[in-house]
Design a protein around this ligand. Sequence first.
Ligand SMILES: Nc1ncnc2c1ncn2[C@@H]1O[C@H](COP(=O)(O)OP(=O)(O)OP(=O)(O)O)[C@@H](O)[C@H]1O
Length: 430
Amino acid sequence: MESPMKKRRSSRSGSASGPRSGGDTDRRIKKSKKQAPAAQRGSPDGACRGLKRKSGCIEVAAQFGRKKNLDQYYSIGEELGCGKFGSVRICYSKLTGEHFACKALLKDTGEENTAHIEVEIMQHLSGHPGVVTLKEVFDDTEKFYIIMELCSGGRLSDFLVKERARFCERNAAEVVKELMGIVKYCHEMGVVHRDIKPENILLTESGRMKLADFGLATRLSDGQKLSGFFGSPAYVSPEVLTGYYNEKTDIWGVGVLLHFLLLGYLPFGGASREAIFEAVKTIELDFHGAAWQSVSLPARDLLSRMLTHDVSARLSANEVLGHPWFTTYADCSASGDSAAKCTNLQITNNIPRGAPVVLPVGRWSHDSSQESHDRDSSQESHDGAECEYINALTAAVARIEISEPKRSRICGPVPTPTGLGLKTNLCTAF
Ligand SMILES: Nc1ncnc2c1ncn2[C@@H]1O[C@H](COP(=O)(O)OP(=O)(O)OP(=O)(O)O)[C@@H](O)[C@H]1O
């Protein structure tokens, strides 16, 4: 797994533009129902303007109700992780004994308003099971302390590195389905995350995913465009590098993750940041090469629609979730035949960055113990039938009508997405 690359926090004041100010990009971005205006990152007064006034929305005037005397309420424990601007530690409520995570952000970094917006967006999204829940905020003369839900399962990136395990398509579909449900919720709430990557996806003890680190997130109203560089090089979308963008930049990030899950390596690599950017901007992925032969056609079709440079053609979160690839594996599970339909991908250790993984072409097995390349004739005929099924699905995929997302704003939690099929593995992995 690629090590996380530094974000340009100093350029967080990227702008949001109205629909009329943008040239070509405007024509590619269809307008939809009006939504809240994006936060003005340079203006604390504007930070809550237009934001849906759901219960608990933080009023900037109230400085998100931050409290003093952290020590009075919490004991701070060991470090869970370290970001560019501070560390995150486990903490214990002195009142209830509950465990939380405490993110400390230094005040003298000029990031004070960013901290406000991060907190505000977390609060805005609170209530969804896929978003790290904000508990409360403290400050003292030097730091802000964000008390949030503890995700003791660690980061998805660490899980992927540790496991180095087989990621069959069914498991990949479960991961992406759950993540996309969270992204869909964010977009419906008018929030673009802008830094979707496995380092920012945390896992609970029970293996559920939680999107975290809203430090680069922003709000976006329908038809608005964003500009400015945000994100991590390997996951950044081409439009972020070349001009204006919208919430579809998050779809690209999930697409990069899906590519990793399916093939075991990231699609855009390079020896330097510039080289990665060049790859992101110029490489058109070919889903027909040898590496893809053991990946189903619906999976390839979906990925090609997530990693297309044409933003207007790129699927929305809702459209991704409606893709037949997910139906395939939902149906498999329902029939109790899911394991048989898993294409096991062997993600071997020490894969050089950007190097292709040699996949076990045509191997279908029930579990990792059945790795034999010898398949009996009944299995062959089973595969043949499955191929027909998959090809029929692909034909259906080709007829999918692309529609703009409904930007209805959901005030409460949306239904919990299906849990990770890897739940057990995740629990034991940490
Ligand atoms: N709620 C949480 N529960 C458990 N661990 C957490 C939690 N939030 C953050 N962490 C850990 O702390 C690390 C840093 O957190 P986070 O990414 O929010 O900080 P950051 O300063 O924004 O980082 P970056 O430099 O990537 O922007 C995470 O990678 C994760 O390991």
